[in-house]
Design a protein around this ligand. Structure first.
Ligand code: NAD
Ligand code: WQD
Length: 336
């Protein structure tokens, strides 16, 4: 299929391109490089031994996006493009609504008149909010707390309503849990700008000497060791879920949790990373981070039952691949 991949130069996008091409799809990336670099697409191209076609475009630029869509005439879209930092979303709500919500509306407008019948959307487990029960299944009520979570939930609703009005189409909403890890080649991986917000890239930067120590945000949660528990999923497993989604339901809207179903604490993650990297990760316990919840994990059985997808890579592979990427690219893509 001809697949338009918005945000394809980013962390999850590049890993997904590899799986898409391996499955015989023809991607075209649209990315503004707001949070990525063209080098990521060059390296992805090297891994699949072909040039990855891309158009530098902001999804909010309606005329430019419409021209790209008219020319490429996609049969499907994977919509990754978006802003994703929870803390920043509270400081810059207008930007988050603009990119994540208006950008999605703009994409739908740009697709009018094209062959596109399928949209796969990058959503987040954060739309569920404070757990009423765990593991979260897809029927868990949504109570998004942060601006970021609200924008993702709004985009889900927009796409669902668009699908209802266009019954010949299919929308697949993937609610990712905590993506980590890197491609086995160590050529592509997560490259956050500035101080990492997320645990795994922060640990990796401590291991490679870019940061002195990790601050552990709270050890007084109601969890086995008191630190926060999350469902970490290898980005290559997550990438495969997009290919499975493209091959799924012909029409209708479907929502899937994409996680492993297993929760690990912050201390578990430190221990596993130390083992993978063969070094110690200095850390200090500090206060809780505002807005954090104690624990969350996925019931991912729906994706297994309906998409035939399940995570295959475990914590050791998540840590080892992150370490290999970080060690080979201590400054991320900027090293080249
Ligand atoms: P990323 O920042 O690495 O990738 C997003 C890509 O979108 C980047 O290449 C960026 O340059 C591009 N982009 C941003 N604004 C744009 C705009 N206005 N127009 C065009 N391109 C734009 O992030 P990622 O981790 O690969 O996340 C991809 C998607 O998955 C995002 O929508 C994110 O909200 C969602 N998601 C990510 C996580 C996570 O923890 N990484 C978890 C749940 C959901
Ligand atoms: C994991 C655990 C922290 C950093 C966020 C978004 C979510 C999704 C994934 C996009 C928590 C602890 C972290 C640090 C720490 N992204 N931690 N020290 O908060 O589950 O989810 O990323 O959709 O929307 O909210 O992930 O990696 O930030 O934190 O102790 O320096 O690590 O408190 O328990 P989180 P995270």
């Amino acid at each position: 299929m001809r697949v338009l991949v918005t945000g394809g130069a980013g962390y999850i996008g590049t890993h997904t391109l590899i799986e898409l091409i391996a499955a015989g799809h023809e991607p075209l990336v649209v990315d503004s490089f707001a949070n990525s670099v063209p080098e990521a697409l060059v390296r992805t191209g090297e891994l699949v031994q072909r040039t990855i076609p891309f158009a530098e475009c902001d999804v909010r630029e309606r005329a430019a996006l419409r021209a790209i869509c008219a020319d490429f005439n996609p049969e499907a879209v994977i919509h990754f493009a978006g802003l994703k930092a929870v803390g920043e979303s509270e400081e810059r709500p207008r930007d988050y609504y603009d990119v994540n919500v208006s950008g999605t509306l703009n994409l739908l407008a740009a697709l009018e008149g094209t062959a596109c019948k399928r949209i796969v959307f990058s959503s987040s487990a954060t739309v569920y909010g404070v757990p009423q029960y765990l593991p979260y299944d897809e029927a868990h009520p949504c109570a998004p707390a942060s601006v970021y979570a609200k924008t993702k939930h709004m985009a889900e609703n927009i796409l669902t309503d668009w699908q209802c009005a266009n019954p010949q189409t299919a929308v697949t909403v993937l609610r990712y849990f905590n993506p980590v890890g890197a491609h086995g080649s160590a050529r592509i991986g997560e490259d956050p700008q500035g101080i990492p917000n997320n645990l795994m890239p922060f640990i990796a930067q401590v291991a490679v000497g870019r940061r002195d120590r990790l601050m552990v945000f709270g050890d007084d949660y109601d969890t086995p060791d008191g630190t926060g528990v999350r469902d970490y999923i290898h980005v290559s497993d997550l990438a495969r879920a997009h290919v499975a989604a493209l091959g799924a339901a012909q029409t209708g809207t479907e929502v899937f949790n994409i996680g492993t179903g297993t929760g690990y604490s912050v201390l578990d993650m430190i221990g596993a990373f130390e083992k993978a990297a063969g070094c110690s990760i200095p850390y200090r316990i500090t206060g809780r981070r505002a807005g954090d919840i104690a624990a969350m994990q996925a019931d991912a059985s729906r994706a297994a039952d309906l998409l035939g997808w399940r995570a295959e890579l475990g914590l050791a592979q998540m840590c080892a691949s992150t370490w290999h990427w970080q060690r080979a690219n201590p400054q991320g893509y900027n090293g080249e």
